[in-house]
Design a protein around this ligand. Structure first.
Ligand code: BTN
Length: 336
């Protein structure tokens, strides 16, 4: 049973979907009340409620309603009308602020949340990066979310999902006008500066994956001054690079659509198409690099990624090394 609040919200979501579909056209109050099975007064009340949430909706006598501006937030109201996914993000847990969306998603998954449920927040007070680092997550500017996935995969293949996400992320950033590249294993960069990161966390036994929490942070609208001094030279945002702010809900909906498509491809065809796409967008391959792995540092030429996503390195003594996890630093550009 839906609660009264949920019903109100889904009516408002429906009104927004119809107005979004209408684009610049007015939709008559009569058409909206027919579609929703509500009185004209009830439609008007929902429009008023939407305005209080920050939506600008024009109303003209005898013409109806037209959506003019959407607030820059990431609640269900903004995202639901834009989503074209089958499962991903259809159930969304939104909070104004969270320590970490990954931590919240992990709890929800442990409590039985389904494949595709997503946790989204406006800010993280303890955003987690790879290798114990902090993910700087100021409020209201960027995208921070974690998707709960329940893939049919043996645990040793779970790391492939990080590369699936990197491909979807890089493609979506390119579509938004950013010249994004992937740095092994899953940093997404613009002009050599980090714009997005992925942190996957796994719950599994020896035989099967219980769930994967796929956490993604994208610097969309951070200004240069939002980064702490130690990141000033290393990080960037889409808005900085293209000189124009990014509508966050549109970006999130586009990313989730691509992510679902790539997850489907991976489930149906395996890792090979992901590997091919990943390589076509990678800045690492062919470069002289220094790899800082768990226990060791290796220098060499990054030659390839293998069938499980590991980096294949040709060391100066001509040997090949396979590196499963670590950080890559480009040593100097190779001559063409
Ligand atoms: C990296 O270090 O490159 C990974 C960064 C991952 C950050 C995202 S933001 C949303 C999700 N929640 C977290 O606490 N971390 C991930």
């Amino acid at each position: 049973m839906e609660t009264a609040d949920e019903l109100e919200q889904s009516n408002e979501e429906l009104i927004l979907s119809f107005l979004t579909e209408g684009g610049d056209e007015f939709i008559s109050g009569a058409a909206l009340s027919d579609k929703l099975g509500l009185s004209r007064t009830a439609v008007w009340k929902h429009v008023e409620a939407l305005r209080k949430h920050g939506y600008r909706i024009d109303a003209a006598p005898a013409r109806g309603y037209r959506l003019v501006e959407v607030p820059d937030r990431l609640t269900n109201l903004e995202l639901a009308p834009l989503l074209a996914t089958r499962e991903l993000g259809r159930v969304m847990h939104y909070e104004e602020s969270l320590p970490s969306t990954n931590a919240r998603a992990y709890e929800l998954a442990n409590e039985g949340a389904f494949h595709g449920e997503v946790v989204v927040t406006e800010e993280q007070t303890a955003g987690k990066g790879r290798r114990g680092r902090v993910w700087v997550s100021p409020p209201g500017k960027n995208l921070y979310f974690s998707a709960i996935l329940r893939p049919e995969l043996p645990p040793q293949r779970a790391p492939e999902l990080t590369l699936v996400a990197a491909v979807a992320l890089c493609e979506t950033l390119r579509e938004a006008g950013a010249k994004a590249m992937i740095k092994w294993p899953n940093d997404v960069q613009i002009d050599g500066r980090k714009v997005a990161g992925i942190l996957t966390e796994l719950s599994a036994d020896t035989e099967r994956v219980h769930f994967v929490v796929l956490g993604v942070g994208v610097n969309l609208n951070s200004a240069a001054g939002d980064f702490p001094p130690e990141l000033a030279e290393l990080a960037t945002s889409v808005a900085i690079s293209r000189g124009q702010p990014v509508p966050r809900a549109l970006f999130a909906a586009a990313l989730w659509t691509r992510l679902e498509q790539w997850l489907d491809t991976h489930a149906e065809e395996g890792f090979e198409p992901v590997r091919t796409a990943w390589k076509s967008m990678a800045s690492t391959i062919g470069q002289d690099v220094l790899v800082r792995a768990e226990q060791r540092e290796l220098r060499g030429v990054a030659e390839d990624i293998d069938a499980s996503g590991a980096l294949i390195l040709r060391t100066p003594d001509g040997k090949t090394e396979r590196v499963l996890a670590g950080d890559v630093e480009q040593v100097r550009p190779r001559k063409a």
